[in-house]
Design a protein around this ligand. Structure first.
Ligand code: ADP
Ligand code: MG
Length: 175
């Protein structure tokens, strides 16, 4: 794993993406929305599995058909995992994603760019870029390399993201 600059990580395997996601567990909070963007196969579900596992939630699978999977945790944070791939832009209002945020879930959304009316705070936006799209792949390394950028909206989300990135820096130095 490489920290390319203050908001950009590079991972070189599924395991490394799980790891960078799992390290977020100490910095996410009920009512935070994580908006994931990136092509099919970029690693959005892998990321969600890594973070959820670290929160003690097992069996995370893609909600591409169910649209929403809920994982309830009695003693940690509950997660609502949403995949908007099959929805037309704007139709996510039917899913009432605000309900999950108001109910204290951590909301994780794949294909979040389809959300027309995002909240004004408590958001982490995470983009996963894969270099292995058709015509772009140049080497075997491109197949497993993911560029992951993270930004925050809102005071608390920004403060917690900063703490997370400090943790990542230490992790990379000592690995
Ligand atoms: P998405 O949900 O974005 O469509 P998935 O998480 O379902 O994508 O799948 C990502 C695929 O890419 C998995 O098969 C995973 O093994 C593979 N992969 C290869 N390198 C990486 C990496 N660095 N990070 C995440 N996944 C990776
Ligand atoms: Mg997925």
């Amino acid at each position: 794993m490489i920290l390319e600059n203050d908001d950009t990580l590079i991972t070189f395997s599924e395991t490394e993406t799980m790891k960078m996601a799992s390290l977020m567990a100490g910095f996410v909070y009920p009512g935070l929305a994580i908006f994931l963007s990136g092509d099919l196969g970029a690693g959005k579900t892998v990321f969600t599995r890594g973070l959820s596992n670290a929160l003690g939630l097992q069996g995370v699978r893609s909600p591409s058909f169910t649209l929403i999977n809920e994982y309830e945790s009695p003693d940690s944070i509950s997660v609502a995992h949403v995949d908007l791939y099959r929805l037309d832009p704007g139709d996510e209002s039917d899913l009432d994603l605000h309900f999950y945020l108001e109910s204290g879930y951590l909301l994780i959304v794949e294909w979040a760019e389809k959300i027309m009316d995002p909240p004004l705070e408590d958001i982490w936006r995470i983009n996963l870029y894969s270099m292995n799209q058709e015509g772009v792949e140049n080497s075997a390394e491109d197949h497993v390399r993911r560029k992951i950028t993270i930004s925050a909206i809102g005071e608390k989300a920004s403060a917690n993201l900063k703490k997370y990135l400090e943790t990542i820096k230490k992790e990379i130095v000592f690995q």
